[in-house]
Design a protein around this ligand. Structure first.
Ligand SMILES: Nc1ncnc2c1ncn2[C@@H]1O[C@H](COP(=O)(O)OP(=O)(O)OP(=O)(O)O)[C@@H](O)[C@H]1O
Length: 274
């Protein structure tokens, strides 16, 4: 395991300081759907190497914000700067190429495909030679295929999913499917990993495993992580900073302790009327 870890560490980016310089900055983001203002003038930054949680009651705008970050939704107003560059007209493919990977609230894997093949799809953007070359499986394409397989095997070891590497993911228990989805995002070697409710629907043991993997990804590979999570225990335990949304507005931004003590946050969660 230690050997696999260090090999994977070479595949992924080296660990920088936790909570370093801003790597992503969102300024005055506004997103509406018809009459609904899902996000209303929200600004915050994500610092290199940190784990940032976005929390808030149902309908607060958390998923919308994640969708803005990975280019799935285009805000009507506001700017997004990633690694010092202002991003314009970004789509999810461009975001992924830029090093922003994500998982989804409802698992988005190819259910009939094996764990291994699902993880290989995470390497597609990294493949220099197209499907024609891959199909020929010859010369340079063969060498490249082997390199991608090696990277994926390291992730399989790291996430401890060797036993299910050939199993179609649709047959796996829910917690393991979530782990495979994390693996597929890791296969993209992201700078920023966006996790949409990574523990939703999990039992206590599965949650503990997922927490451990998230912390290990962050600490060993220096991957910056932005997550949405409803389980407050988990959020407070693993996050460096927390952004709180309510009705599309940012009501707090700080360390878990600061946010926990914030009266606006307490009111929002207790449902105090506006
Ligand atoms: N595609 C869409 N079309 C219309 N309205 C939308 C769309 N996506 C989100 N909304 C609305 O925007 C608001 C914010 O929704 P969003 O899903 O971002 O909240 P959330 O905080 O992630 O909620 P939850 O915790 O329940 O997942 C809600 O009022 C929602 O109904």
């Amino acid at each position: 395991m230690a050997e696999a870890d260090s090999a994977l560490a070479q595949t992924l980016a080296p660990a920088p300081q936790r909570g370093g310089a801003p790597v992503l900055r969102l300024t005055d983001i506004e997103l509406g759907f018809g009459g609904v203002k899902a996000i209303n003038k929200v600004s915050f930054e994500v610092r290199k190497g940190e784990i940032l949680a976005i929390i808030g009651p149902n309908g607060a705008g958390k998923s919308s914000m994640l969708n803005v970050i990975n280019g799935f939704y285009k805000p009507q107003l506001g700017t997004i700067e990633f690694q010092g560059r202002t991003l314009r007209a970004m789509d999810p493919n461009t975001a992924a190429k830029n090093g922003i990977a994500r998982t989804f609230q409802n698992i988005a894997l190819f259910k009939g495909m094996s764990t291994l093949d699902n993880l290989m799809t995470g390497r597609l953007l990294k493949m220099k030679r197209g499907l024609f070359w891959q199909a020929l499986y010859w010369g340079p394409a063969q060498k490249e295929e082997l390199e991608h397989r090696e990277a994926v095997e390291k992730i399989i070891d790291f996430l401890e999913i060797q036993a299910v590497r050939r199993t179609p993911v649709g047959r796996l228990p829910y917690g393991l499917q979530k782990r495979v989805e994390l693996g597929r995002a890791l296969a993209m070697e992201p700078d920023i990993l966006l996790l949409d409710e990574p523990m939703a629907g999990m039992n206590v043991e599965e949650k503990e495993d997922m927490c451990r993997f998230i912390l290990e990804v962050n600490q060993e590979f220096g991957t910056t992580i932005v997550l949405i999570e409803h389980d407050m225990g988990v959020v407070m335990d693993i996050s460096d900073r927390v952004v709180v949304l309510d009705y599309g507005v940012k009501i707090a931004d700080g360390t878990p302790d600061e946010v926990r003590a914030n009266q606006r946050v307490i009111d929002a969660y207790l449902g105090v009327s506006h």
